[in-house]
Write a new protein. Structure first.
Length: 202
């Protein structure tokens, strides 16, 4: 298994956070999970507390200046080689970490981030679309970034080499991060895609 942590930014996420954390439990993950909460006024933190005996959860912040700031606060305490950044309404599949570990090892750990196929479903949890190899190839050929959340594994040192996320951005901060990684001279290639569906997003 690769050395990996999970980061989850939350804000008034009571509707979906239980499903998100439940999917991590279902994957068998036993590594550290860092949660940056933006000052939720609902039951988000109470729901998270219910998982503290099952998962290794650390609340890094209970107030921040937006999602990018919260993620950077979590990154500042991460000690692992890789990180999974999950949004609070994402889910991952049971074989997520095993499949990504095998894939990253097979690539000799030479990329800044790794992606996989994923599904989109609506707020009721019904299937809407699948994002697979055809869509990925189309966007990559046109040099267009299409976020593969929740199926992205990032190298922590690569993110830190470009000073993390831009805290002035509250949307498309992942696209900005990829642009910075692409522009920076590094010993790592940019990305590699795994043609297997491993998670879903709303």
């Amino acid at each position: 298994m690769i050395d990996i942590s999970v980061i989850i930014p939350t804000y008034n996420s009571e509707k979906y956070i239980q499903q998100t954390l439940g999917s991590i439990v279902g994957s068998g993950f036993d590594g550290p999970i860092y949660i940056s909460d933006g000052g939720s006024k609902d039951s988000t933190l109470e729901i998270i507390n219910k998982f503290e005996d099952i998962l290794s959860i650390q609340i890094c912040s209970k107030n921040d200046n937006g999602q990018s700031d919260g993620i950077n606060k979590s990154l500042s305490v991460v000690k692992s080689e890789f990180v999974l950044w999950l949004n609070s309404d994402d889910v991952i599949y049971p074989t997520f970490f095993l499949d990504f570990s095998d894939f990253i090892s097979s690539q000799k750990n030479q990329y800044s981030f790794y992606t996989a196929d994923h599904i989109e479903f609506n707020k009721k949890g019904s299937f809407k679309n699948i994002f697979g190899d055809d869509q990925y190839t189309l966007h990559a050929s046109k040099a267009i970034w299409r976020g593969d959340f929740p199926c992205i594994i990032w190298r922590v040192d690569a993110i830190k080499s470009v000073q993390g996320l831009n805290t002035d951005l509250h949307y498309n901060m992942d696209q900005d991060l990829v642009k910075k990684l692409a522009q920076k001279s590094s010993r790592f290639k940019l990305s590699k895609h795994l043609n297997k569906t491993l998670g879903g997003f709303r």
